[in-house]
Design a protein around this ligand. Structure first.
Ligand code: BGC
Ligand code: BGC
Length: 596
């Protein structure tokens, strides 16, 4: 009851009632600000690319971020707090002492932090179809984020991917905007609700506005999908994707990230129609718009014109990052453009007001620094339990020839020896996927957690022996569980023109079959793949997506401790490359089996 009450209070806090006292404070600050200080507020830098920490004070920088893989030298929990406080103190030492807002890609847990709970990527959460678990996962994530002092996560991604060749398919909950809307709202509410344990707020970011999941193959980076062109009439945009963002805004999302892609040939980063006319005016968004990483650089023209076009279009803060163009160049050119009246001061004041308003709403002016009091939140048993629950709800059983659940029921021994095989069986990095510790993720023991093999071992019912045999060619059991799948990738690194299964993986399945074992195939993947030519041979098959650090959730389903409820949130084509527009589907949206 108390939880519900505090949740309602928080909802009320976030429900966009214009707060006149905040508006007054913002106006007072704006009046005191120099142009240079306004420019500083609009600048966001990845801390790895700071020339000098004093620049935060000297240029009155508004925001820092940790992009994928951007962490303190030693990736310890305490080091994160020290990193955050160190930078925040520099900001507080500036003339006006405006606190930083610090952003991070906590897109499936606080995933840059070693030892944090890693939750399933959104595709797995989509398969749960359950807003309550999405809310819990997001809330637990923000409690881990807040424990390190960080106050802003670049999540949720509310894309509705259609072409599975896109390397970011897994960042979307579903191809169906209706489901994305429900889960997106739950995520925003979960992220932005503070707990009694740690009263600090984390701000969410709906991304990437708009059409990131609808780009046409061949128009993106490397002539593939990511960052390509989305062709949709304004009417169909309004019917499909806009309602998802509107719902996130109505749920109180404080920031929106512009998308790398183009809409009908125009880069979203430079589109006044999208960022101002639609998002701010028609949809009533009163938070601020952040660019994507060097996203303005992709607008045609030189860097200065990119700055002018994007700010005039309605960009409020630019994720310069500093990796490509130096941030001092960005600030100099923005200042120049203001002096030359290429950007009106009213636009600058609007941008800065929006940024300050969000900083006030986040409570940053009251409580900018962090102590070590909440570090035990990171990777806590309670948060891992939420992860395990999310995993078991995300597993989609698609084929079951009377094999599952793997229990010896009614005193009848069906399986005394289960062989566990495949590259994904004992590979935490692979089951976590991209955006884990490093931008592109990694292989093996990259953080703390339970692999699928460990989960099976620890939860096997009495009388069932679980044996590891990676290639399934040396131990004969009654049945083999073969864990196959994709190696980790992030963004355009995961764009593919073929979604065939890995040959080595298929060989392991063959090995198990050759020994006369029944085979359960578990697929770790960020999208539907080409299984049609192979799966006749499999006795049971489940899609487990990118489950994250809590592998026990998979064992819960296989051993029947949990009757599977996961359902496809993306239809599964015969030819996966054809995505949602495929003429023949192997499994439709919503497919998935439970046990009798
Ligand atoms: C991604 C965003 C991410 C940002 C910061 C970009 O490359 O598109 O989703 O939030 O980097 O890491
Ligand atoms: C960053 C990522 C970012 C990417 C964009 C990387 O160096 O760490 O967070 O999304 O660059 O290209």
């Amino acid at each position: 009851m108390q939880n519900i009450l505090s949740f309602l209070t928080i909802l009320a806090l976030f429900s966009c009632q214009p707060d006149t006292s905040i508006d007054q404070k913002v106006d007072d600050i704006i009046k005191q600000m120099t142009t240079a200080e306004k420019v500083g507020q609009m600048t966001q830098i990845d801390h790895r690319f700071l020339d000098d920490h004093e620049d935060i004070t000297d240029y009155a920088i508004g925001s820092l971020l940790s992009g994928g893989g951007s962490h303190p030298k030693e990736n310890t929990h305490k080091a994160w707090v020290d990193l955050y406080n160190g930078y925040q103190e520099k900001a507080l030492a500036s003339r006006l002492g405006i606190p930083l807002i610090y952003g991070i890609d906590a897109v499936h847990g606080h995933n840059n932090v070693k030892g944090a709970t890693i939750y399933p990527h959104n595709i797995g959460l989509g398969a749960t179809g359950n807003p309550e678990i999405v809310r819990s996962v997001s809330h637990a994530t923000s409690s881990e984020v807040a424990a390190t002092g960080i106050n802003w996560t670049f999540a949720p991604c509310i894309a509705t991917p259609q072409d599975y060749r896109w390397g970011r398919t897994y960042e979307g909950f579903s191809s169906d905007p209706k489901l994305v809307l429900d889960l997106g709202v739950a995520a925003v509410e979960g992220y932005q609700s503070s707990t009694k344990k740690n009263p600090r707020k984390v701000i969410a970011c709906a991304k990437h506005f708009i059409g990131d999941g609808n780009t046409i193959y061949g128009t993106g980076i490397n002539n593939l999908v990511d960052r390509g062109n989305t062709v949709l009439t304004k009417e169909s945009l309004k019917k499909t994707l806009i309602p998802v963002y509107q719902a996130a805004i109505d749920a109180g999302v404080e920031t929106v990230m512009a998308s790398y892609n183009s809409w009908n040939g125009v880069k979203c980063h430079g589109s006044k129609e999208l960022l101002t006319d639609i998002l701010k005016v028609e949809m009533g968004f009163d938070g601020f718009v952040i660019s994507d990483w060097a996203g303005i650089d992709e607008i045609p023209g030189d860097y200065k014109s990119d700055i002018v076009t994007s700010i005039n279009a309605g960009m409020d803060m630019v994720m310069v990052s500093g990796e490509g163009e130096p941030y001092k160049k960005f600030m100099a050119l923005l200042t120049e453009a203001i002096q030359e009246e290429l950007i009106p001061m009213s636009r600058i004041d609007d941008a800065v007001s929006r940024i300050l308003r969000v900083k006030f709403r986040a409570g940053l002016f009251d409580d900018p620094l962090m102590d070590y009091d909440y570090l035990s939140e990171i990777g806590s048993d309670e948060n891992r339990q939420i992860g395990r629950d999310a995993v078991r709800q995300s597993v989609v059983v698609l084929k079951n020839e009377s094999i599952l659940p793997l229990s010896n029921s009614n005193g009848k021994v069906r399986w005394s020896k289960i062989v566990v095989a495949g590259r994904g069986a004992d590979n935490l990095g692979m089951q976590c996927g991209g955006w884990t510790i490093d931008w592109q993720g990694g292989q093996g023991d990259i953080t703390d957690g339970t692999t699928i093999l460990e989960g099976l071992r620890e939860n096997a019912p009495l009388g069932i022996e679980v044996v590891s045999d990676p290639l399934a060619n040396s131990v004969k059991g009654d049945l083999a569980i073969v864990v196959i799948g994709e190696d980790p990738y992030t963004e355009f690194f995961g764009d593919r023109d073929s979604l065939n299964l890995n040959e080595e993986d298929l060989q392991v399945i063959e090995n198990a079959k050759a020994q006369g074992m029944k085979v359960v195939v578990l697929l770790i993947s960020g999208r539907p793949m080409n299984i049609a030519d192979h799966f006749d041979n499999w006795d049971a098959f489940a899609a487990i997506w990118l489950p994250g650090s809590e592998g026990e959730g998979v064992a819960d389903v296989l051993f029947g401790n949990y009757n599977p409820t996961g359902r496809l949130s993306f239809p599964w084509p015969v030819h996966a490359e054809e995505g949602t527009s495929a003429s023949s589907m192997l499994y439709n949206l919503g497919a998935g089996l439970s046990y009798e």
